[in-house]
Structure formats: structure tokens, C-alpha cells
Design a protein around this ligand. Sequence first.
Ligand code: FRU
Length: 493
Amino acid sequence: MSQALNEARHYEEETELQIDETERPAFHLSPRIGWMNDPNGFSFYGGKYHLFYQYYPYSSHWGPMHWGHAVSDDMIRWTYLPAALAPDEPYDRDGCFSGSAVTMRDGKQLLMYTGAVSEKEFGGAFVQTQNLAVGDGLEYVKYKGNPVITAADLPKGGSPYDFRDPKMWREEDGSYGVVIACRNEGGYTQVVLFRSEDGLRWDFDTVLAENHDRIGRMWECPDFFRLDGKYVLLVSAMDMLPSGMEYHSGNNCVYFVGEYDRETGIFTEECDHAADYGIDFYAAQTTLTPDGRRVMIGWMQNPDTTSLRTLTHPVFGQMSIPRELSVRDGVLYQTPVRELSAYRTDPVVRENVRLDDADLSIHGISGRLVDLEVEIRAQDPVEGYREFRCRFACGERFYTEFCFRPKDSVISIDRKFSGQRRAIIRHREAGIRHENGRLCFRMILDRYSAEVFVNGGEKVMTVTLETPREAEGISFHVKGKAILNIKKYRLEI
Ligand code: FRU
């Protein structure tokens, strides 16, 4: 084991003891110590879910990237394992950037990640190459043939500085595919696909998608998979311009649904949308569960606000709840993994609550570890109602609010009063389909986040919160005449 990895492992083991567990999210994975960004190597291997992550143990700010490592039986309760990778080779000396994991024919686990080497003469820009490590679920050995893919393998003019985040998969015939984000000769971002028979030697196959600055400038963290008879391409787009009700987040995870012809290598996109309409969801990647579900997890953070935080905690960064995906009518639906339901306790149910320009608080409906389901409809579908609001994480000086305005077909989330003391983004709106004001949503609250899944997961809004944990109130507010069905569970993790 290299000295860098050894040191990181000692450091995390010693310092994690300083962390008060109740200061962490209860069921969203946070770094063992220090800084976390992207999920990496999300996979099922050796009977457990593995999640690696971009990790800098030595401070709660981004630094030379390691891979942290955790395992879980159900993607909800995670156990830390020792750091898996450290930047300790000439080709990754300034960082082991994002990547992925698959199981090889011989039963070993194969990781592919981007090695970053900073070049002083180019203002510190990182030269990026793709590298392998082979392991058993605990210890990983970097491949002696690294790097296995470099910019020289790209179509002519491909940039060595923006070439990262390999996401691998296995085909039914046992061969391997990988998608990687890059920048072409014209300066535009692309997703390229490479193929391999053995996972070690890789050949360029095709340019799967090109951007021409249409959706953001540079793409990162691509993923590509078949789902419900369609193909889905995920990317995390940087520097997006808002367009209508889409892409208000600057940096956000975006999905394309389309068709793909392996013979020609052509992916024909049919639509594109934000994968999340809240503020904090980036660098998502997916895995297949043993029972065939496609599950996505993202870094629950907007890269733009990492330096504007007010928290001084020794741990920074958290993952989203893992989300089961499906494609219906060209739209990517997301729902929290069903494993979460096993942690629901103390149900409080109220049905057919009629509200007429009224506010409602219900005994037993409060808390910060919450799974809340709400259905709203108008008392009279013709007359409708004007507005619905659900406030949560409420205390004397705090609340965060999910709002629906049926007439405008707009949902929104506002975290103005969630404890941040910086001029960060606080409000986000999205369009929503509904019939006569009928809307349902499920909200998952953890200590430092809220994820709202609207209309069965057709739209999701995710925000991080800094609200003090004592702010536990939940209330409902209606303008006009509406009927509510409410189910609330405490989550006991
Ligand atoms: C996305 C990203 C990736 C890169 C990693 C480095 O957040 O910039 O493109 O691999 O973070 O930590």
C-alpha cells in the first residue's frame, strides 16, 4: 500500500472519532471525515452495495482527490470502509477523479477513474487520463498498464484537459462499454463511448452526443443505460443558461431520453430535462440492483455554493437518497429506493381534510427525519383553489416551503429561512402537469436536506438546509378551497 493511502486511512480512522454522529445526515451518506463530492463506483459487489466518493479527508474543502468507500445492505444505512484510492502515481498524482465500477469475469471488481495531473505551465490545468484499479471490495491495486485511455485515443483534437469521469457497464455478451466526457477540437463538450473485450484494453467506438454549447459548456459525469425500452444519457452540465422553465441551476444533472443503435453507434435524443428542479443535485450516477432496478444517486450539492457555506463542520458534502428510475412518456421518473420504507414508523394519517383559506397543523406531524406523503385536490374542480403551501423545518426564525400554484402550473421550493447567512440561491420554480389542481408529492426530510418527489417522481426538487435541528414544525396552508390527504412517518434509521 502506498504511503499516501496508508496516511489517509490512519487519518480517517483517528479523526472520525471527533465527529458527533448526530451532526451528520442520518441516512444520506456523508464523508467519513473532510470533504465529499461525486458518487463513484456505485455498484453491487460481493453481496453488498458499494459506494465510493470523491474525498479529501484532510479538510472540509476540495483538495487532491481520494476515493472514500462505504458499503450497505440496503442503500440507506452505510458502513465506512477504509479509503480505496489515493493520488499516489505519476498519472494521478494530483487527484483520483470520478469513475465507476463493474464486476470482471474472474469475480474481481474493476474500477476505472480519471487520473489528474496539474500542469504548471498551463495555469494548473489538469491533464486527465483514464486508469484502472482491480480489487476485492476492500483493497484495490492500480493496474500496471495505466493509463488505459488517454486523449490520444480521442478523435483528432480531443482535449487532454477536459476528459473525465468514465462510467462503465457490462454488456450481455460479457464485453465492456464506457462513456466519458470530453471536449473536442472545436472546444465543444461531448460524450464518447469506448469498448473493450477484457476491461483492460479499450478502443474508441463512437461520439455518443455533442453539445455545441446548447446545454451548458462542459459536461461531466456521463452515464448511459437502457431503461423501459428507451436509452437514457445522463450528464452533469456546467454553466447552463436558463431556458424557459428548464436549467435554472447553473450546474445541474441533465438527462436525455432517446434511441440508440449499437450498429451505427448513433444515439438519437428525443428530449432533454433537468434531472432535478431543486438547487442541490449534481454528478449523479446509476447502478443496477440484483433485482433489476436502475438506481441513481447524486451529490446533493450545487458546486456553485460550496464556498459560500456557513457551516464550519469538519465534514462537508452528502449524497442524495438513492432513487429508482423509470421512463414513462419520455420522462424520467424517480422515487426513493423502496428500501427506505422499512424505516417508516409512527404513521399519522389524515384523510379528506377540507381547508378553505386556512392553515393547518396536525398533532404528530412534525420532525426532521420524516417521510411525508400529501395529495391535494380542489373541493370543486371547476372553481379550483389558488395556492397550496407546505412549510417544514419550521421554528421561531425558520421555515422552508414547498408551494404549488395550480393556475400557473408551477411548483416551487424556497429555503430563504433555512439558516444560511450567505447570498446563495434560495428559490427555485418548475412547471408541473396537473388536472384541476390535483397534485401529490412525497417529501423526504433528513437533518440537512429535503427532497420532494412530485406526481410520482415526474419532477424532483432537492435542497440542502442548514436549519437548526430543533426547527421541527410542519404545516399546510391553502388559499381557496382544497382537500388534503396526508400520511406522515417518522424515519427511524
Ligand atoms: C464533478 C467533478 C468531476 C471530477 C470530480 C473531481 O463534480 O468536477 O468532473 O471528476 O468532480 O473531484
